[in-house]
Design a binder for this molecule. Structure first.
Ligand code: BGC
Length: 393
């Protein structure tokens, strides 16, 4: 902390002397403004985001780095409410869909920006067995269970604490999910840390422990639109996904169990490709998902943080790269957005105006023995990490 304060003083001193030299030399004012930007300090501010229908106060934590990049996280659902990122001309704009009011987040919505638990993605018919005992989960997607159920982690108010270093700002969110919540066994203690660094990385680290054998698959459900203009679709973004295989789904979007080669299909994103290039092609799987709504099996070694996917918006120059130690990623192209939900900007969110890159284990894993295990036992520590890395090009 001392070191941190000391370097701030040094930075401030450098700024003052530089500005005064500039003034004596009669150079333009803009020059000193640019310098001021480079020595902006990391900050965390907290403000109220209202109270829930049940009268629980909700806070909004705004983490800011020295480049002016800013993430707002609300304690309701651990939702990333806004993510302001510079474009190639240093213009800082919001790149995630969401709402301006808590009341809107409390109404049914497609999990905008939320932390998802206990299980990201679908579990067939909301049922699974552990050690011969069958568990029945709340169903909320036809006959299936989706994203932890109707009262999943996206609707919980999390306890927050802040951490700050010279080059990073973190928000630590914790939540105790009680035994049998939404049908899942075990008292589960969960901690999720959002860290914004001076490298324009937003890291999301998950950890959890349980007192009974259970299943767990946490993820983050931000909808990105790198243009910063939510009236535009994301169809002209260039996407890459480092995966040779993806999981085809049945009519209810449950994986069939097959790991299918992407070669020669619209699912091949190993080289950068515009999202819109093949999204409407005559392909049985695209018809099922009404676009891309599938899980890709990542090439990286399980358990090691590796590059998973990227998205690039040429007009703004914004590039997003996703790194994770999870074995898979769900790429969802906002196919169910239909112009009914109010935008943070003007108007409403139209079809395909946001995409999600949700790092995770495979959907329906508790029922599919050949998929990597999602079982968490007492005494084990669940650990998962994802980094959303922003740059311009
Ligand atoms: C799923 C979609 C679903 C969306 C919103 C995505 O993760 O893959 O099928 O519509 O979340 O719930």
């Amino acid at each position: 902390m001392k070191l941190f304060k000391k370097s701030l003083y040094i930075a401030a001193a450098m700024l003052v002397s530089f500005v005064s030299v500039q003034c004596k030399d009669g150079k333009k004012k803009e020059t000193s403004t640019e310098v001021a930007k480079t020595v902006e300090e990391v900050t965390i501010t907290k403000e109220s985001f209202g109270t829930t229908e049940d009268h629980i106060p909700v806070e909004n934590y705004i983490l800011k780095n020295s480049n002016g990049m800013e993430v707002s996280v609300i304690t309701y659902g651990g939702i990333i409410q806004s993510l302001k990122v510079p474009n190639k001309n240093q213009v800082i704009e919001d790149v995630v869909l969401g709402f301006n009011s808590l009341a809107q987040y409390e109404k049914p919505n497609p999990y905008f920006g939320a932390l998802i638990g206990r299980f990201g993605n679908r579990i067939a018919k909301g049922k699974f067995s552990l050690d011969g005992k069958e568990y029945t989960l709340a169903t909320n997607d036809g006959e299936n269970h989706l994203h932890g159920g109707p009262e999943g982690f996206h609707r919980k108010v999390w306890t927050a604490s802040e951490k700050q270093t010279e080059h990073s700002a973190s928000l630590v969110l914790s939540y105790l999910s009680k035994d049998m919540e939404e049908g899942y066994p075990g008292n589960l203690k969960v901690e999720v840390t959002y860290t914004l660094t001076d490298k324009n990385d937003l890291a999301v680290s998950y950890s959890a422990t349980t007192d009974k054998k259970t299943v767990l698959n946490l993820t983050q459900h931000s909808y990105f639109n790198l243009s910063g203009d939510f009236s535009k679709t994301i169809l002209d973004h260039d996407v890459t996904i480092d995966a040779d295989k993806y999981l085809p789904v049945d009519a209810t979007l449950i994986p069939t169990g097959e790991l299918r080669d992407v070669t020669g299909t619209p699912f091949d994103f190993r080289e950068a490709k515009q999202v819109g290039k093949e999204i409407n092609s005559d392909n049985e799987q695209l018809k099922r998902g009404l676009g891309y709504d599938h899980c890709w099996v990542l090439n990286g070694k399980e358990g090691e943080i590796a590059f998973a996917a990227s998205a690039y918006d040429k007009a703004s120059g914004r590039m997003l790269e996703v790194y994770t130690n999870e074995p898979a990623i769900q790429f969802y192209t906002g196919n169910f957005l239909d112009g009914t939900l109010p935008s943070k900007q003007e108007g409403t969110y139209g079809h395909r105006t946001g995409f999600c890159l949700e790092t995770q284990h495979y959907p329906d894993s508790p029922n599919q023995k050949d998929f990597p295990s999602v079982v968490l036992e007492p005494g084990q520590n669940y650990k998962s990490s994802t980094v959303f890395k922003f740059s311009v090009k």
